[in-house]
Structure formats: C-alpha cells, structure tokens
Ligand binder design. Structure first.
Ligand code: ADP
Ligand code: ZN
Ligand code: ZN
Length: 745
C-alpha cells in the first residue's frame, strides 16, 4: 500500500479543491481506502477529510508531511468510479469537490452523527435465583429498585430504560443505579428505519407489452445486454405505457444481476409511481428523498450499498445512489426543472446521469411526454436514440382541448375569472358525478396589492417582489423569502385608503368556486395546503376515493395522477408562465398545459380540457391544444437558433450578490472588465446589469450572462475566471456561477 494519501479536507476556505498529502501510518496502511472519512491535523486543528487518492511521493517535502490520525468510516462512502463522477461535476459546474461530495453523500454519513440506530435494552445481569434474593434485600431500603427487578423477573423480557422506569412508576435514575451496581445489563440491537410508504399488498405482474412497448423494450434491453452506453429518449404521451416499460427493463437488469436508478422529479408528487415499483419489486426498492429523516436516508442508502436493495428511486440526488453493479439509469419526466439544483453545485441530474452512464458503460433512458427542447434536438441529431410510444394504451384518445379567449369573454360582459364554457363544463361534470381539476399556477388569494391613487405596489422588504395576499392567513407574504406582514389599511406611500388586491390565486379560485357550486366538495393542493408531512397523500387519496368533486391546484396537480373519473380539466389562465421574461417560457407553458391536459380522458369517460388565455394565438398554447409536440418543437427550435439560445448556445449565468448595492455594482463591473480580455472567445455577453429580480433576501443582485457556441471555449474561459479572478474575490460580494442555468431571474 502507498505511504501517502491524498486528502480533501472538510473546511470552508478558499482554494477548496486543493488536495493535501498525509502519511498513512504503518498501522493503517492495510486499511486505508479511497472514499473513507479520516481525521487529519490541519494547522492547529483536527479536521475531517476524504481520501481521494494515494501517492508514493508527497507534493511537499517528506519531513513536513503529517500523519493521518484516524479512520472515521471504515467502509468507504464512494468508490473510484463515483469519485471520477464527483470530480467531473466539480470541474464542469465550477464548484468545489468537497461541496460536491457533501451533496452526493447523505449528511449523517459524512458527519458521522447519524449511525445505525441501536436500541438499548435492559436485562437482568444475574441468575433469577440471585436476583430474587436481592429483591428481598432491597425491598425495605430501596423499594423502587426492587420493583424494577421484580418486573424483569416476572416478565422474562427486556425493556428500554424509559419503558422500564415507567412500568415501575419511577425515574430512569433508579434504573441507572441498578445498572451501575451491575444488577442489570445493557444490550443493543440494530433497528432498521424504513420510510413508511403505502405498499400495495397485491404484487403486480408484468403486462404483455403492446407492439410499441415491445419494440422499445427490445432496444433498451439490447443495450443492457451489451453493456453499452447508449442514451435513449423515450417519448410517449401520458398513459402510453412508459412506466410499464421501465418496470420490464428493470426486471431484466435484476435478472442480469445488476441494479438500477430511477429518478423522478419529486417523490411526494409521484406516490403512484413509487407504489408501482414497490408492488412489482418489493424490498428490492429503496427510496431516497429529502423528506426522509436523516436516519431513514442513512438506512436506505446502506441497504443499497450492501446490495440488499438493488433499485434506487428518488429525486435529483438519487443519481448518486450507491447501487451495486449499476446497470441502468432512468430519468422519468426528463424535462422537469427540479432536476437542476438551485444552489452550488448547480448540477443537472440529467447531465450527471449521462456522465455516470458513460463512466460505467451503461444505458440511460430519458422519458417524457414533452421532452425538453434540448433532448429532442439531440435525438434528432442522433446523439440520443429516439424511441416513441405514440399512443395511449387501450387506444384511449387524448382529450379534445378548447381554447377560450378571455378578452372576448370580457367584451361579452363576463368579468368573472370563469368563462361560460368552463362554468358549464364543471356544472355538467358535477351533474354526472364526475370530477374536475382546476389548474392555476399561482397560489394565494390575490397576486398583489395596488394603490389606485398613486399606483404603489406593496413589496417585500427583503426582495424586489410584490407581496401576495393570503386570505386564510389574512396577511401578505413573499413567495421567495416567506416574509409576512399584515394588510395595511392605507397606502404606505401616499396614505390613500383606496388600496385593492389584484390578480387571482388558487385560494381565491377555491373560494369563488364554492360560491358558484355550493353543493360541491372542493379541495385545494398547493404549497400552502401541503406543508405537513403526508398532506399530499391525503388530498390525493380523497380525490381517488371520489370524495372530492373539484380539485384546485398549482402545477402540483399536473403530475402523474391517473384517475379515470376526472372528466374536465380547466386552466384558469395559461399566460402566467408565458409572461415570465425567460427564453424557456414558451417551452414551460407547452409542457405544463400538455401535462395538465393529460390528466383526463383515461378509462371510458370522455374527457374535456378547457384552456383560458389572453393570448390564444401563441404557438405554445395552440400546439398544446392539439397535443402537437412536433409542431411546437419546430417553431421553438427556429427561435432558439435565431436568438442564439440552447441547444445552439452554451449559457452561463454569473450572479453577483451582496448587501451593499454599490459594492455589488462595482463587483459586477470588475467582473465584466475581466471578461473583456476574453471577448474573442465569448460569442455574446449580456450585462453586467441588474438581475430581473434585483433584490432577494436582502441581497442585491447583478448578473452577467455568457453565451458560447463552443463548449471547449466556455470551459477555457470559466476555468480562467475561476483561477485568475474568483480566487482573489473575497469580502462582501459573492459570485455565483450557474453553468447551463435554467432560471435567470
Ligand atoms: P405512462 O407512464 O406513459 O403514463 P403507464 O405505464 O402508467 O403509462 O401506463 C398507463 C396505464 O396502462 C397504466 O394503468 C398501466 O398499468 C397500463 N398498461 C401499461 N402497459 C400495459 C400493457 N402492455 N397492457 C395493458 N395495460 C398496460
Ligand atoms: Zn421576500
Ligand atoms: Zn398610494
């Protein structure tokens, strides 16, 4: 074994990617491995570090190299292939390896704070005979102690300390004393924490694949058998049988003695998906997501590591799951924004999946009803293999979609947020005892409060964002930082009392619908109604039982629920996203509308979709109403090319933030000036300029967007930036580099 180990230390200092050499002491030489957490001296402190390599010769003078003090985790937390992936992420996203490692590995494992859950039990430490004598002796002097022993004698069982104290009607101090005297002994057992998920008792069997499914399965399993890295884009409308394909190819993966990772956008929104995996594969499935307790995560992670579970299902970070002998990665709904992390490291799980697939030489399947423009483009260009499931199972038809021009409604004198058509459709549906979904991508009651006298809009004191009115809580709230304040009676600017709420959110839709349809049971699903654990599930279960007539909600209701009794889907306004100043707004609008529309028309009921909008002619809305992905793509890709946006440009957004507006501006300008030296490599620089959201959580924000035609040139410029500019920037201004940004507000 090598004499020196390369260690990345876990401390927040500049130059975090610096690797330090330490001597591996004789006694540890056989045991030290890549991926272990070790304790090392650093300056005058002792810190944790990760072993990332070995060397025969140290980078510095051998005499100055210090010793590794101890190995904290005997079992490595990552192997060499994983390390390669983590390093790639740090390099591609211009992040720090230590940050990436800590993103990939559950917190408890790194800190060592969460371990196996051991339950302590107390038992008698002496034979029953001796204990009986002891009880007699203690009865007078220490009756409580005697009672504790008596209980153990009689029940012939062991109990936890607190339980024992409770049964004896005493404090745990009494029990401790018996322990100290050696009359009791302590035994430990490991208990496994498993997330509680609904499991169908029923074990489902694979369906006989349709001809289209069979073709798709054949293509993917060919690649599994070859052990080749191929990227498949599986394009299939909702209900076309994609999930069944996943299940069947995973079956093959297991039979080949390998494992699989399945990524879903958000676990809490896809309970049905998880349930289907459980009912097909039982305990082979481990679920990883952020709603688990640290302990649960730790144990699920360990089950995968040990090979007791071979299928990992989870949101974004499950891409790092320690599946043994990984044979396949699936990303469902690959177009979803939640796959991109919103903080450093700003990684996209799709890119990481492709890289992990490449390192391991295994196939990656990207599934979607509405693929991202980038992925579809790559499929067209042949980088991805295109697979299609063009029809719904059972020849279910996609529902007809009607577009309502809300400007015309207004002209006809209808000032309500409900068009006549949608109101009629809801009425009819309720009369037939069917269910309705109403979608609006804005929560709260009103979007903002405006003074009609002076035009002042009440904003958050921490952010450059107007406050949303929440009627239930009766306050104004910022949807970015959660700042709340009471609704003022007068305008804070001019004192006028003519202040009014404008715009409509889900809360108000719910209220007004219950006025229009007093007999209907109306429920609401959005961030405000789902803060409690399990509330998603409750709302969906109620809908599934048929106890809800109308469900109002934000994009949360757009996902994966497959309820045949929903016959009407209404979109209150399709324009909410379209109005966001972002080149992806049309794409997001098309995706969301298509997804919402897919919630009906299952089973034997004829579904109906009604989209209300103020821009009925927009191509994203028209294409969604025709379920026409290709039509949308053709329009969109032309614009992307013309305006030089992805997939034609490689974007990077550098956000400069700080509490002092003037230093942020100065910092941004300095950055702009630095980048001028490289202008011949950069195809387009936008900024530096104030970000669209100029202030967020008390910090001012400026931004600079770089556009490159060539990926290598981008990497060159960003590396220079990192090495020559960022390293020196310290103090009150922070520079965040978001590589391939999804949000640029
Ligand atoms: P998607 O994931 O594309 O929305 P699913 O896999 O959920 O589609 O399939 C839609 C419905 O059709 C599900 O209820 C599923 O159980 C059923 N299904 C899928 N494949 C088949 C098949 N080959 N034969 C019969 N039913 C199927
Ligand atoms: Zn705020
Ligand atoms: Zn005013």
């Amino acid at each position: 074994m090598a004499r020196y180990a390369r260690i990345i230390v876990d401390i927040p200092v500049a130059g975090l990617n610096q690797v330090y050499d330490y001597t591996v002491p004789e006694g540890l030489r056989e045991r030290t491995r890549i991926g272990q957490v070790v304790t090392v001296p650093f300056g005058r402190r002792r810190v944790n570090g990760f072993v990332v390599g070995f060397a025969e010769k140290p980078q510095i003078e051998a005499g100055r190299v210090k010793d590794i003090l101890k190995i904290n985790t005997e079992e490595p937390l990552f192997d060499e292939e994983m390390l390669k992936l983590l390093k790639w992420i740090a390099a591609y996203y211009k992040s720090y390896l230590i940050k990436v490692i800590k993103t990939a590995i559950p917190t408890g494992l790194v800190s060592g704070r969460v371990g196996k859950k051991r339950i302590g039990y107390l038992k008698l430490n002496q034979p029953a005979e001796k204990t009986r004598e002891l009880v007699k002796k203690l009865k007078k002097r220490a009756p409580k102690q005697a009672r504790v022993l008596q209980i153990l004698l009689e029940s012939k069982r062991s109990y936890s300390k607190s339980k024992l104290a409770e049964m004896a009607g005493t404090s745990s101090g009494t029990v401790s004393r018996l322990l100290e005297k050696g009359y009791l002994k302590y035994v430990e057992e490991v208990e496994e924490r498993r997330p509680v998920l609904e499991k169908d008792e029923l074990v489902t069997r694979p369906f006989k694949p349709t001809a289209a499914q069979a073709g798709v399965i054949r293509a993917i399993s060919g690649s599994i058998k070859e052990g080749s890295h191929k990227i498949f884009l599986l394009h299939g409308v909702t209900g076309s049988g994609k999930t069944e394909v996943y299940l069947q190819v995973i079956e093959e993966v297991l039979q080949a003695g390998k494992g699989a990772i399945v990524l879903v956008p958000e676990i809490s929104l896809t309970p049905l998906m998880v349930r289907r995996f459980y009912s097909r594969f039982g305990d082979e499935v481990a679920v990883l997501h952020s709603n688990l307790s640290l302990g649960e995560r730790y144990d699920e992670w360990r089950r995968l590591k040990r090979g007791d579970a071979r299928i990992a299902i989870g949101a974004r970070s499950a891409i790092f799951a320690p599946v043994n002998n990984l044979g396949l990665i699936i990303l469902d709904e690959e177009h979803e924004n939640s796959y991109k992390q919103g903080e450093n490291p700003y990684y996209h799980a799709r890119e990481v999946a492709l890289k992990r697939g490449k390192i391991l030489e295994i196939p990656v399947v990207l599934g979607s009803a509405t693929p991202s423009v980038e992925s579809f483009y790559w499929a067209k260009r042949g980088r991805f293999h295109y697979l299609e499931l063009p029809e719904r199972i059972n020849q279910d038809k996609l529902p007809p979609v009607k577009i309502i021009d809300m400007r015309e409604e207004l002209k006809k004198g209808n000032t309500s947020f409900l068009s006549h058509d949608l109101e009629r459709a809801i009425e009819d549906s309720l009369a037939r005892d069917e269910q309705v979904l109403i979608f609006l991508n804005r929560r709260g009651y009103a979007n903002f409060i405006l003074c009609r006298e002076c035009g002042h809009v009440i904003k958050c004191q921490n952010c450059d964002i107007s406050l949303t009115y929440h009627a239930g809580a009766n306050h104004l709230r910022c949807h970015y930082c959660d700042f709340t304040r009471k609704v003022p009676k007068n305008c804070p600017q001019c004192g006028s009392k003519y202040i009014r709420e404008f715009g409509i959110g889900t809360e108000r839709v719910e209220e007004e619908l219950s006025r229009i349809f007093p007999g209907a049971v109306i429920d609401r699903m959005d961030v405000d109604t789902t803060t409690r654990k399990g509330s998603h599930r409750k709302i969906l279960a109620k809908l599934e039982r048929g106890d809800t007539d109308i469900l109002v909600g934000t994009q949360m209701i757009a996902k994966g629920h497959d309820y045949p009794n929903i016959s009407v889907v209404g979109v209150i306004t399709a324009d909410t996203i379209l109005n966001i100043p972002d080149f992806r707004s049309a794409e997001r609008t098309f995706q969301l509308l298509t997804q919402v529309a897919g919630r009906t028309g299952r089973g034997d009921k004829a579904g109906k979709v009604i989209i209300q909008t103020y821009t009925p002619g927009h191509y994203s809305i028209l294409a969604a109403s025709r379920h026409d992905y290709t039509g949308f793509f053709q329009q969109e890709i032309k614009l992307r090319e013309k305006l030089f946006y992805p997939p034609f440009a490689w974007l990077t957004n550098i956000v400069v933030q700080g509490y002092e507006e003037s230093s942020v501006m100065v910092g941004a300008q300095k950055l702009g000036k630095f980048l001028q030296q490289y202008h011949k490599y950069i195809d387009e620089i936008l900024g530096p300029s104030p970000a669209p959201i100029n202030k967020l959580r008390k910090r001012f924000r400026w931004q600079l967007i770089l556009k490159f035609r060539d990926w290598n040139l981008r990497n060159f410029v960003l590396t220079e930036l990192e090495k020559r500019f960022l390293i020196e920037q310290q103090g009150d201004v922070v520079f965040n580099i978001d590589v391939d940004p999804l949000k640029m507000l």
